[in-house]
Design a protein around this ligand. Structure first.
Ligand code: ZN
Length: 239
């Protein structure tokens, strides 16, 4: 018997049509950015050297116009044709190091969305199993980030795998995020999955709560199809 997977074929056709109509919209993710690497503070895959970061952004600005995540969502949702190439910068985990790159981003007029775990804003709580000497943004520091170039999204109450949580646990985590981050003037109802892990349950919860899901699937965006794709910011060689 030949089983035809019609939804899969439909998705393929949609994807092809998207590529004809739209330039790719890239959403990049970074974690920690510091001058020197401290293995006691960050995992290597979560770290980028400041100068490399600066050169990478300057390089990408030649090809892309950097816009806020909310504006990108509007393009993905409503554009009928898109010839301009847009990019978005996001930063996960709420490491305090992000404060060091904000003046550069301000000078370059590059917006950034920070995906925060509110649990670690108390100045003492630490993510389980992560480097012991890592510094997170504190509540006061986060409250001070009011630039129109900064927006604040959610990354789970704690940095846990959402696919290992029950529907109730994940729902509680998102509710705590909206309660604790929702009062920030730059809050946006977007949720970046930890390690990009999601499933039908997490999707259902975010949909019910009116929150936009943000993945880490290494893909480019063409048109909005239920979530925003992201990939790691590529490391340009510092020549
Ligand atoms: Zn993370």
């Amino acid at each position: 018997m030949i089983v035809t997977n019609l939804p899969a074929i439909g998705r393929k056709i949609n994807k092809r049509a998207d590529r004809l109509r739209f330039q790719p919209l890239e959403v990049f993710v970074i974690h920690a950015v510091t001058d020197t690497y401290n293995p006691e503070a960050y995992l290597r895959e979560d770290w980028m050297q400041t100068e490399i970061f600066v050169q990478t952004i300057k390089r990408l600005k030649r090809d892309y116009t950097f816009i806020p995540l909310t504006e990108a969502y509007g393009h993905l949702k409503h554009d009928w044709l898109r010839r301009r190439r847009y990019a978005v910068l996001t930063c996960d985990d709420g490491f305090a190091s992000v404060q060091g790159i904000l003046p550069f981003l301000e000078s370059e007029k590059v917006p950034i969305t920070l995906f925060i775990n509110p649990r670690y804003l108390d100045g003492k709580s630490r993510r389980e199993g992560y480097a012991p000497s890592v510094e997170y943004l504190t509540e006061a520091q986060l409250a001070g980030l009011t630039s129109h170039l900064v927006s604040i999204g959610m990354h789970g109450y704690e940095h846990l795998d959402a696919t290992k949580q029950s529907e109730e646990e994940f729902g509680r985590s998102v509710t705590l995020c909206t309660e604790m981050l929702g009062k920030h003037p730059r809050y946006i109802p977007y949720f970046a999955y930890t390690w990009g892990r999601n499933n039908a349950t997490t999707e259902r919860v975010l949909k019910r709560m009116g929150v936009v899901p943000v993945l880490c699937d290494g893909a480019s965006n063409y048109h909005y199809r239920g979530a925003i794709s992201r990939r790691l910011l590529p490391e340009e060689e510092n020549k």
